[in-house]
Design a protein around this ligand. Sequence first.
Ligand SMILES: Cc1cc2nc3c(=O)[nH]c(=O)nc-3n(C[C@H](O)[C@H](O)[C@H](O)COP(=O)(O)OP(=O)(O)OC[C@H]3O[C@@H](n4cnc5c(N)ncnc54)[C@H](O)[C@@H]3O)c2cc1C
Length: 449
Amino acid sequence: MAPQKVQKAVLFTRLVGYAFRMLFSHLQRVASTRLAAWTALSPTLVDASDVKNIVVVGAAFAGYFATKVLANSLPRNGKYRVVVIEPNSHFNFTWVLPRFCIVEGHENKAFIPYTPDFFAQAPDGIVSWVRDRVLTVGKTSVRLQGGEEIPYEFLIIATGSTVPDGLPSRLGVDNKEEGVQLLKGVQAKIRAASHVVVAGGGAAGVELATDAKHQYPDKSVTLVHSRPSVMHRFGPELQAEAMKALERLGVDVILEEKAMPGSADGTSIDLKSGRVINCDCLINCTGQRPASDIIAELSPDSISPTGHIKVKPTLQIADDSLPNIYVCGDVSETHDSNPNSRIAARQAQIAADNIVSVVRGRAKRRTYSPEFGDGVIKLTLGLDSSIMQFWDGKSELLFSSKETDLALMCRGAWSAIGAKPFVDTGVYKGQSLTAHEFLSRDRSDDDVA
Ligand SMILES: Cc1cc2nc3c(=O)[nH]c(=O)nc-3n(C[C@H](O)[C@H](O)[C@H](O)COP(=O)(O)OP(=O)(O)OC[C@H]3O[C@@H](n4cnc5c(N)ncnc54)[C@H](O)[C@@H]3O)c2cc1C
């Protein structure tokens, strides 16, 4: 067999092994959750002032999944509760944002309601939901936007990443109504344009450019990317397939150039080299960075040059003076080749498991290391096709498929996070609190106790 074929066969075998490991770990989780429920103690009366907070900052793929593990596995004696702090009214399903900048009529599906049903196997009341934003982390408490402080015994930082310009990668607003309006605004801008320029040839840029040209074949669509090939963080075969799809659809691709956003004047835009191209609609898909600011004051040395928060293999922050702070998801520095939702959720489980171990007085800690199979990417290449890539750094396996659902994986995502597609039950089903309400409730509990 040719060496390349051997490498692909090895990769395929590794993939099968990976799938079995993931299945085993999933079954283990299901079993341990059932066991926790069966062996549940009836809640003993813990004095309200003795209840300890495990605060989770951010509730997306990392924070929401960490909360579920904690809620299902903490001792059921009322001593610990999980306090989620999240500014967004809904879980923002980022994967579909570039698509919904083009395709109209599905915007609502990108906003999945947070619901207590996600924690249905956990004891009632173990999760408190505070709709707010953490400004800074202190040694024993977090400070919120309005100045309130919420104390913590353990903290999980799951603040993900952020972009300077909002769409198409993130929304930059915290409620669904505004988010829907922003999506409609970008759709209208692209619909009205003649010369669309997309800056950044990573996944979001390639998806948006191919969707735009597929939807509007008569418009000129140009993708400008600073590297020698699009999708440069992925293997050469995926890069070539993405390039082929862009060319087939008629997207102009300009490589090793940068669009200078400040120069866009409504009809043209300058590139870094001085070249000027037609542009009456610029979509910026660059500039994503980890949302690590909240820890900058307390532990500046834990922030890496890329802005990620450095962690130990146990996902504790890499600062020996802060053993009760854990970090997971996009904001953590774990050197994964393609940080994504699966990785965020797997890290979340490890961080949460380790907190449960400490609380239960167990010595064993789980550690995180990148798994090549987690780096899989599914990239849409126009409205009706996609390609999936597994890559171990040496060899690639690519699977092309036809896409029939314009809303991509929305239905599955809603179900996976406990919501009924597409029924919007509102903000944490009416149970979310402001920081003020949360703290006042605690104070009145203290009075009763
Ligand atoms: C356009 C796009 C498409 C993608 N497609 C895919 C895909 O197809 N498959 C895949 O697996 N991955 C995909 N990803 C990557 C995936 O979305 C991320 O890896 C994943 O969302 C990371 O989850 P997270 O919870 O770490 O962070 P995030 O999703 O960034 O969530 C962070 C959460 O923290 C909250 N937060 C932030 N700061 C604060 C604060 N100070 N206080 C309180 N809360 C705060 C935010 O509101 C947010 O809810 C895509 C990403 C983008 C941008």
